[in-house]
Design a protein around this ligand. Structure first.
Ligand code: LIP
Length: 275
């Protein structure tokens, strides 16, 4: 896909991210729950559904032949080589429900199943992360000029600050995987943080505020935009066993370098395959 086609899509994605961000900011903490999915902790609200509907409709008007994968209304859509928007309307839904200001919209785009455009917007701090494959990653704060972002070099795991999550499943296999790995990695590094949004966790690694993020659980819509942003910021994505990232594998390490990612791999003492 030509650069100018991606630039046009990026411009639309940024406009829609700001429109979605307004809804997210205005309804954060006071939106009615409409459903729980895999557990009592896996929440979805009217805002998730309304934001996804608005974004899909607006994109469809301009790009009627593009395909969609979205958490709320197109989670089962097949991921093909067609131009495809992969969107999480509100990433960090639990934070959104509790009015903890770490939620965002994540708008990813793939062509030939290659992530090539990412836009992540946290309206609570007016932070807009953007990237096009091959064009670098940028951050605009408070509407200011976009400035290049880059991962922060981290010489080794024992000097790293890591982020990982409890996730929203509440089954025994997942519990063992989460806590055994948190203990194993956490005791080998400077500390672990849990912030509640995969997309924003990835962006935080991309701008050098954290050194790596690992999780078992997030879906392709949680990470698609972040994959472009982190790679363009000089970071590395891989599977939790060190092989190539499977965008639909629901497990990954996102790190400031391949070296750091491969130091984390052996510390993940409980691996889990998720459907
Ligand atoms: C969330 C992810 C997070 C994970 C949560 C949830 P959602 O996505 O961003 O990494 O730990 O369980 O899946 O559901 O808020 O879009």
């Amino acid at each position: 896909m030509e650069l100018n086609e991606l630039l046009e899509r990026k411009s639309l994605a940024i406009d829609l991210a700001h429109r979605a961000g307004k809804i997210i900011k205005e309804t954060s903490g006071n939106m009615k729950l409409v459903d729980k999915k895999c557990s009592f902790a896996d929440l979805v609200t009217e805002s998730d559904k309304a934001v996804e509907k608005m974004v899909f409709e607006e994109i469809g008007k301009k790009y009627p032949n593009d395909k969609f994968i979205g958490e709320e209304s197109a989670s089962d859509a097949q991921w093909t080589t067609d131009p495809t928007w992969i969107i999480d309307p509100i990433d960090g839904t639990t934070n959104f429900v509790h009015n903890f200001p770490f939620s965002c919209i994540s708008i990813g785009f793939t062509f030939n199943r290659e992530p090539c455009l990412g836009v992540v917007y946290n309206p609570h701090f007016d932070k807009l992360y953007t990237a096009i494959k091959g064009q670098g990653a940028k951050l605009s704060v408070g509407g200011g000029p976009p400035t290049k972002i880059h991962v922060r070099p981290c010489p080794s795991l024992n000097q790293a600050l890591i982020v990982s999550e409890l996730g929203s499943q509440r089954d025994e296999d997942k519990k063992e995987c989460i806590f055994k790995n948190m203990e194993s990695v956490g005791w080998a590094c400077h500390g672990i943080r849990s912030l509640g949004s995969a997309a924003l966790n990835i962006c935080t690694v991309a701008c050098g505020e954290l050194d790596a993020f690992f999780e078992f659980g997030p879906y392709i819509w949680d990470i698609c935009a972040g994959v472009v942003i982190l790679r363009e910021a000089g970071g590395h994505f891989c599977d939790t066993e060190g092989g190539p990232l499977d965008m639909q594998g629901r497990r990954f390490i996102a790190a400031s370098s391949e070296k750091l990612a491969l130091e984390i791999v052996p510390k993940l003492i409980v691996q889990l395959k998720l459907k």
